[in-house]
Design a protein around this ligand. Structure first.
Ligand code: GLV
Length: 328
């Protein structure tokens, strides 16, 4: 058998678009073809045999995997978030890690706003009502919702996606508050945003929308105390990461009626178990982690992940690298 000198790459799922065909022209490629993620043992075994990994947010790249994969030289995540990857462990082994920021910003903001509006105006409930044959006449009190126009939106995090949501919200005449480690005076002036502390955001927002990465500082950012501090009847939108919200506190706040509703593209855990109380509540709008899922955007994310991987395998800094300190 001819011995290939091409780098070996394992991709943990089929990806939309033609990026993998492009990759196949340059590396010795193995793709996990199943719809569900590769089991941990498969990921570990594959990682031991390759120089490059393209992973999804469902694949854990941790110290144990890295320790058993001495040939690994590049990890490329098809996501902007990378909480599934132990970046410090990769950095200490001089393995660059790539992600896919930018290309999904507007698509994700579109979906966050779709969830916000769908929750406020009870779109999924209305659809189910019509399909179930309950619609008998026009009723003055039928499926009353919450006005988006004029309401206060509290943005938790004002990175690219939070900012893109703010632009949309501005078009809807919303009052805009945000919390963020960094003040953003130029954006405040441009979009009419006000930076506040956490307590003020919780107390004054009719809608709270989460746009922070998951890390030690943001895990359970919303817990029991925070839900209690929110306005009665406020609505929560989460397109960030499930564990930014304490799931037990969320269930309690919804059950007590203090929280008016939640629109969740991300949950803890994912997927939600079928006996989750969230599935029984009409004021919870759910989606299976699809905020960036447009044809164009998912194709671009795949392409960017391939570019990141190829650069790292060639010894260069990936165009989007989360540990750039490897390339001084
Ligand atoms: C999706 O959640 C992403 O981080 O890209």
């Amino acid at each position: 058998m001819e011995r290939s000198t091409r780098p070996r790459v394992f991709v943990t799922r089929q990806l939309p678009g033609d990026a993998l065909a492009r990759l196949a022209g340059q590396v010795s490629l193995r793709v996990w073809e199943e719809p569900l993620p590769p089991p941990r043992e498969v990921l570990l075994t594959q990682a031991q045999e390759v120089e490059g990994l393209i992973t999804l947010l469902t694949d854990r790249v941790d110290e144990a995997l890295l320790a058993s994969a001495p040939g690994l030289r590049a990890v490329s995540n098809v996501a902007v978030g990378y909480d599934n990857i132990d970046v410090a462990a990769c950095t200490s082994r001089r393995i660059p890690v790539g992600n896919t920021p930018g290309v999904l910003t507007e698509t994700t903001a579109d979906f966050a706003f779709a969830l916000l509006m769908g929750l406020a105006r009870r779109v999924a409930e209305a659809d189910a009502y019509v399909r179930a044959g309950h619609w008998k006449t026009w009723e003055p009190g039928l499926l009353l919702g919450t006005d988006v126009y004029g309401a206060t939106l509290g943005l938790v995090g004002l990175g690219a996606i939070g900012t893109a949501v703010a632009r949309r919200a501005r078009g809807f005449g919303m009052r805009l508050l945000y919390v963020s480690r960094q003040p953003r005076p130029a954006l405040e002036a441009e979009l009419g945003l006000t930076r506040v502390d956490k307590a003020t955001l919780l107390a004054e927002s009719d809608f709270v929308s989460l746009h922070v990465p998951l890390n030690a500082g943001t895990r359970h950012w919303l817990g029991r105390a925070e839900f209690a501090a929110m306005k009665r009847g406020a609505l929560l939108v989460n397109t960030a990461r499930g564990p930014v919200v304490d799931p037990a506190a969320l269930a309690e706040a919804l059950a007590s009626g203090h929280l008016g509703g939640a629109a969740l593209d991300v949950t803890d855990p994912e997927p939600l178990p079928l006996d989750s109380p969230l599935l029984k509540l009409p004021n919870v709008l759910l989606a299976p982690h699809i905020a960036s899922a447009s044809h164009a955007t998912r194709g671009r994310m795949a392409s960017m992940a391939v570019d990141n991987l190829l650069a790292a395998l060639a010894g260069h800094k990936p165009p989007h690298c989360v540990n750039p300190e490897l390339f001084p």
